[in-house]
Ligand binder design. Structure first.
Ligand code: F6P
Length: 358
């Protein structure tokens, strides 16, 4: 028995730990695992794969990125915008099946976010034996209570806030940290809480500059001469839109970035307080996974192989809050897990006096 594993979409800490867990669990059953290089494209002519034997797995538990490489554009792009998907052509599916047959791959593990899992679902419908493993630092897939990569991203953002805290305090400045989070503000919220932010801006709650400035002025009135603001890249002013950066590529979602700088400029103009912005960007996606993510990746990888063993294709590994289970890919895709705006974290944040900018 030979299985394949492919990583798709943006990278994130823990991809290699999943690869390791899948290949080790498969090896225990006497199966061989082939890693598909550069996303699904590696299955097409000229095929690009590598054997994931024990030697190839050395050091993978802690290594960032993906040793298989990844792709979030090209013929296998299924997401073209928020909620917009495209159907991959039949010829591409046929070529994929043919590639798998040539390589002797009997089942595929697809590790990715909503885009890669949408492709996986289409492959399942086309008769390809496939299971999914949910990945995204944004933690925004509704079908699983947690995705791997999120904890590592939050750890990185929290560390950044801790560092900004001391420099903000020294210079009596407002510091605005922009973190990732396209449609969901989980990273901003968790890191903001862990790092003691005073203002947290998330995509789910449109903000008003008057509110942000009022929060800063209230702090000033209490003798707090610096303020920490965290903004998710997808945060937007009431009635306004996302701030985008870079050029828009065909069949890809708009590249976000820049809201932190916009917010910082407005704060400085309106309050007269010296304000600096910092975009954390891809630092959040790089480096070693945290211990939480290493464990989650290991559980997810083992579960993916279990699904293949049971012939339960078209499913995605998912955490149900208590243990690792699975759901159908059809149920999983296209459903975002955004931050509830009137319960849990948001309520606690408000109770503490953290401004959500509204
Ligand atoms: O989906 C994960 C994510 O990190 C988003 O938060 C962000 O908008 C996007 O990926 C950035 O992607 P890229 O690496 O293509 O710039």
């Amino acid at each position: 028995m030979k299985i394949g594993i492919v990583t798709g979409g943006g990278d994130c800490p823990g991809l290699n730990a999943v690869i390791r867990a899948v290949a080790k669990t498969a090896a225990k059953r006497g199966w061989e695992t082939l890693g598909i290089i550069g996303g699904y494209q590696g299955l097409l002519e000229p095929q690009n794969v590598r054997v994931l034997d024990y030697k190839a797995l050395d050091g993978l538990l802690v290594r960032g990125g993906t040793i298989l490489g990844t792709a979030n554009r090209g013929p296998f792009s299924a997401k073209t915008g928020h909620g917009e998907t495209r159907q991959l052509p039949k010829e591409l599916m046929d070529a994929t099946k043919q590639g798998m047959e040539q390589l002797g791959i009997k089942a595929l593990v697809s590790v990715g976010g909503d885009g890669s899992l949408t492709i996986a679902q289409q492959m399942h419908e086309a008769g390809i034996p496939i299971v999914g493993v949910p990945k995204t630092i944004d933690n925004d897939l509704a079908a699983t209570t947690v995705t791997f990569g999120f904890d590592s991203a939050v750890a990185c953002a929290t560390d950044a806030l801790d560092r900004l805290h001391t420099t903000a305090e020294s210079h009596n400045r407002v510091m605005v940290l922009e973190v990732m989070g396209r449609y969901a503000g989980w990273i901003a919220l968790y890191a903001g809480m862990a790092g003691g932010a005073d203002v947290i801006l998330i995509p789910e709650i449109p903000f008003r500059y008057e509110s942000i400035c009022a929060a800063i002025q209230e702090r000033e009135s209490k003798g707090k001469t610096f303020t920490l603001v965290v903004a998710a890249e997808g945060a937007k002013p009431a009635g306004g839109d996302f701030v985008t950066s870079g050029t828009q590529h065909l069949n890809r979602e708009a590249r976000l970035g820049g809201i932190g700088t916009v917010v910082a400029r407005e704060i400085e103009q309106r309050t007269g307080k010296e304000t600096r912005a910092m975009v954390l960007g891809h630092l959040q996606r790089g480096g070693s996974p945290t211990y939480m993510d290493r464990v989650l990746c290991t559980l997810f990888g083992a579960k993916a192989v279990e699904l293949i063993t049971e012939g339960r294709f078209g499913r995605m590994v998912a955490h149900n809050g208590k243990f690792v289970d699975s759901v159908t890919l059809a149920e999983a895709i296209g459903h975002l897990r955004t931050v509830p705006t009137d319960e849990g974290f948001v309520r606690a944040a408000r109770a503490l006096g953290i401004s959500l900018g509204d």
